[in-house]
Design a protein around this ligand. Structure first.
Ligand code: 3EB
Length: 277
């Protein structure tokens, strides 16, 4: 469960197939589209992002800060037919922006749901102003991934910093054992965890470089969500993180498939930023 609190009154409602709760500074929303009704993953993804986009255009909170995508059977299908790649294709068809123009992109997570789940689900957090995009110097920006990963690149920033009630928060996208654009440590789950954590630290450091006076801290106000492909890996993943991540930060472990077959784990999260050194 994700709980966001902001100043009221909170207005709830629906718009087409989308449902939302809108406070003063933030909107949280959700779209679920039945894949059997819409036809296939590409069409469903395109429609979900069409609806999201037209909703945002008329909302006081026009800028998505973070998007969570839950994709049934994410690794089903081979080559460009893989459902994650079809999801990326539909998203790119709907989203009107050219990432080459460097528009603000939301942070995102894309995680598998059980293959039997009927619906593609998209959750979003949006605000009146875009966040500050942070890319990771250790990783190729996802929107610049080469063709081998699919016909259309994923559209998200590695992280977004935004201001809420006087302090900065850092929204961390799903971060896996990807260095450059390649998967590292295939079949080695503990090393994948370590590499994901190195990527997160590098991302937070880049945020500090961009923000100068503000830096993200892995303390008890923060939370890391750790996605685990194989439940049998849970203990090893937990032990590795207990060794390598600060004890104070909250950790949530969730089962979910990752967007590349050779990735066994991925971590996203939200951490606070503090002023000064
Ligand atoms: C990666 O580094 C992992 O398609 O929205 C992470 C976060 C990933 C978001 C997305 C995909 C997405 O490429 C995969």
């Amino acid at each position: 469960m994700e709980v966001w609190q902001c100043a009221g009154p909170i207005k709830t409602g629906s718009w087409d197939l989308l449902r939302f709760a809108q406070g003063e500074q933030l909107t949280m929303g959700h779209i679920a589209l039945d894949l059997r009704v819409e036809g296939d993953m590409r069409k469903t993804s395109r429609k979900a992002y069409d609806i999201l986009q037209s909703y945002l255009q008329q909302s006081p909170h026009q800028w998505p800060l973070k998007i969570w995508n839950y994709i049934p059977g994410i690794n089903q299908g081979t080559g460009d037919e893989e459902l994650y790649r079809q999801f990326c294709l539909g998203r790119a068809e709907a989203v009107l922006i050219d990432p080459g123009d460097r528009p603000p992109l939301p942070a995102a997570t894309a995680i598998g749901a059980p293959a039997g789940e009927p619906a593609l689900q998209v959750y979003f957090l949006a605000a009146a102003l875009p966040g500050l995009d942070v890319e990771n110097p250790r990783q190729v920006s996802a929107w610049r991934y080469p063709r081998q990963y699919g016909p259309k690149s994923p559209l998200f920033s590695r992280g977004t910093i935004f201001r809420l009630n006087g302090s900065h928060q850092f929204l961390i996208s799903g971060t896996a054992s990807v260095v450059g654009h390649q998967t590292h440590h295939e079949n080695q789950v503990a090393n994948q965890v370590s590499e994901s954590l190195r990527n997160i630290r590098s991302l937070l450091e880049e945020g500090h470089r961009l923000m100068r006076d503000s830096h993200a801290i892995l303390d008890s106000d923060g939370v890391l969500k750790v996605y685990v492909r194989n439940p049998g890996d849970l203990e090893l993943i937990q032990r590795t993180l207990d060794k390598e991540a600060p004890a104070e930060i909250q950790k949530i472990y969730l089962q979910g498939d990752i967007c590349r077959e050779n990735l066994l784990t991925e971590i996203d999260g939200i951490v606070n930023c503090r002023s000064g050194e």
